[in-house]
Design a protein around this ligand. Structure first.
Ligand code: SF4
Ligand code: SF4
Length: 205
């Protein structure tokens, strides 16, 4: 895993033969705060249809340049496509301790049912491989609409202990519990003029 991460961070390239297909997770989950487009976290972009972006050829630069780690980092199998796995993997560049010799890490944002995901062996195996290889790994949970996500490091003494004891599932469930109890902060949107956040559906409207 470390060798592939080092190679990837020499420059972003897309994994050949892999495309977004019917996934639109990044048109829903993140905040977008750019001069040309703004969107609240958790609000679907109003240009997003079940078939994908309806303004694909004219989509803004931020949408042209963004790819999740499933598209760019060759450490995830095809099954990790975010809409299928419930995990949005991303390259994390902030909050990396100087104890690591890698300057970037991997964040795993749980966009599906958190407990169901962390109980899966494939997910636990990924965490074990990352943590035991000293790859900076983060577990993240989206906040409510318009709020920032909660994120914690998985490279902890508790996780190493859980790996040694074979109790990784319990340790991950404990982390999910912490994330669910997070004091989610409002996301900051500084630009205006093209808010594409789909309105919240209300009865009778
Ligand atoms: S989350 Fe990844 S796979 Fe899904 S639409 Fe965005 S870039 Fe494509
Ligand atoms: S404009 Fe951007 S965020 Fe909106 S649907 Fe198209 S690609 Fe997604």
């Amino acid at each position: 895993m470390r060798a592939k991460l080092n190679a990837m961070w020499d420059g972003m390239t897309l994994i050949p033969g892999r495309d977004c297909g019917g996934c639109t997770v990044c048109c829903l989950v993140p905040t977008i705060n750019k001069p040309e487009i703004q969107k609240l976290s958790g609000a679907r972009c109003r240009h997003c249809a079940s078939t994908g972006c309806t303004i694909y050829d004219a989509r803004p630069p931020v949408c042209r340049s963004y790819y999740c780690a499933w598209r760019t980092v060759d450490i995830f199998s095809d099954d990790w496509r975010p809409d299928r796995s419930g995990v949005l993997p991303y390259v994390e560049t902030e909050g990396i301790s100087e104890d690591f010799d890698l300057a970037t890490g991997i964040g795993l944002m749980l966009v599906g049912h958190p407990h169901r995901i962390v109980r899966q062996k494939w997910f636990q195996d990924f965490v074990v491989t990352g943590v035991t290889s000293s790859v900076p790994l983060f577990l993240s949970l989206p906040g409510p609409r318009g709020h920032q996500a909660a994120t914690v490091s998985l490279n902890t003494e508790q996780m190493l202990d859980a790996i040694a004891r074979g109790t990784v599932k319990d340790a991950l469930e404990a982390v999910v519990k912490i994330l669910r109890g997070w004091d989610f902060r409002p996301a900051v949107i500084t630009y205006s003029g093209n808010d594409v956040s789909e309105p919240v559906a209300t009865d009778g409207v």
